[in-house]
Design a protein around this ligand. Structure first.
Ligand SMILES: NC(=O)c1ccc[n+]([C@@H]2O[C@H](COP(=O)([O-])OP(=O)(O)OC[C@H]3O[C@@H](n4cnc5c(N)ncnc54)[C@H](OP(=O)(O)O)[C@@H]3O)[C@@H](O)[C@H]2O)c1
Length: 246
């Protein structure tokens, strides 16, 4: 998918929510979507980071984004219901949802798994995405066509020693994608997952501290798959697991 070339106005007039939009891949996706004409809703934990992305989008002359400060760890179902209502009021519908925010947690042997950390990772990486999607589906069904992207990982497709709760959460993410895609088959909502592959971000540096980041693709470089799945050229693509770097 690295070779996919998106038309300049691919996402014109689309409303797209990106979680974890303040940093790394989510930040790159939000800017890329805006550059291709979308109004992006920037959801994330650290307001300062979201404001920086907001300013960058405004400065570039792209459509004015919106900011939703929300920590997925503490968010309640009511938070998502309220957010869905606000989106319905302000925009009428939602065309795209990129579930990108995740926590890595500590890597290590199975016997060292910490219950609190396991519960936090499952809450942020799985439960939050399920309940947010549930709340947003009605407003997504109001779009002519809508796209939901879940973010996976290589360790969510094949288990690997010492990747613990993060890997479990990514397997659950793939499962959630498949269940929802099957339910949405033959509807105007399509659901797919992307494994970004090794990408130059804070999370990758935390997982591989000894690695030279310059050897990795940047978040911007892996954007073609994200654009393809958000744009109308992927209408009819449903339930597929993509790799952004192949
Ligand atoms: N980078 C890679 O090589 C790689 C490889 C495979 C999969 N992935 C996946 O790609 C996605 C993006 O990863 P990344 O490398 O860009 O990670 P990152 O640089 O750590 O960015 C993660 C983003 O998620 C947000 N986030 C984390 N916890 C949150 C919470 N509780 N509530 C709301 N937002 C939260 C962060 O916000 P704050 O900055 O405010 O904390 C940040 O904006 C993740 O799903 C990751 O698992 C990445």
């Amino acid at each position: 998918m690295l070779e996919y070339q998106a038309a300049k106005d691919l996402l014109k007039n689309k409303i797209i929510l990106v979680t974890g939009a303040g940093d790394g891949i989510g930040c790159a996706a939000a800017i890329e979507f805006a550059q291709h004409g979308a109004t992006v809703i920037l959801l994330g934990k650290t307001v300062k980071k979201l404001e920086k992305v907001y300013d960058e989008i405004i400065h570039a002359g792209y459509p004015t984004p919106a900011i939703v400060p929300l920590d997925l760890k503490g968010a309640t179902e009511q938070n998502y219901i309220d957010m869905a209502e606000t989106i319905a009021e302000q925009f009428g519908h939602l065309d795209g949802l990129l579930h990108n925010a995740s926590q890595l947690g500590a890597l290590g042997p199975f016997e060292h798994i910490d219950l609190t950390s396991l519960e936090t990772i499952m809450k942020v990486n799985v439960t939050a995405q399920a309940i947010m999607t549930k709340a947003l589906l009605p407003v997504m069904r109001k779009a002519p066509h809508a796209s939901i992207i879940f973010t996976s990982s290589s360790v969510g497709r094949k288990g690997r020693a010492y990747w613990g709760p993060y890997a479990f959460s990514k397997f659950a993410t793939e499962g959630m994608m498949q269940v929802l895609a099957d339910e949405c088959d033959e509807t105007h909502v399509r659901v797919n997952s992307i494994n970004p592959g090794a990408t130059r971000t804070e999370m990758r540096a935390k997982a591989y501290p000894a690695e030279d980041p310059q050897t990795l693709k940047t978040a911007k470089e892996i954007m073609p798959t994200y654009l393809f799945l958000m744009g109308d050229e992927s209408i009819g693509t449903n339930g597929q697991a993509f790799n952004a770097q192949s």
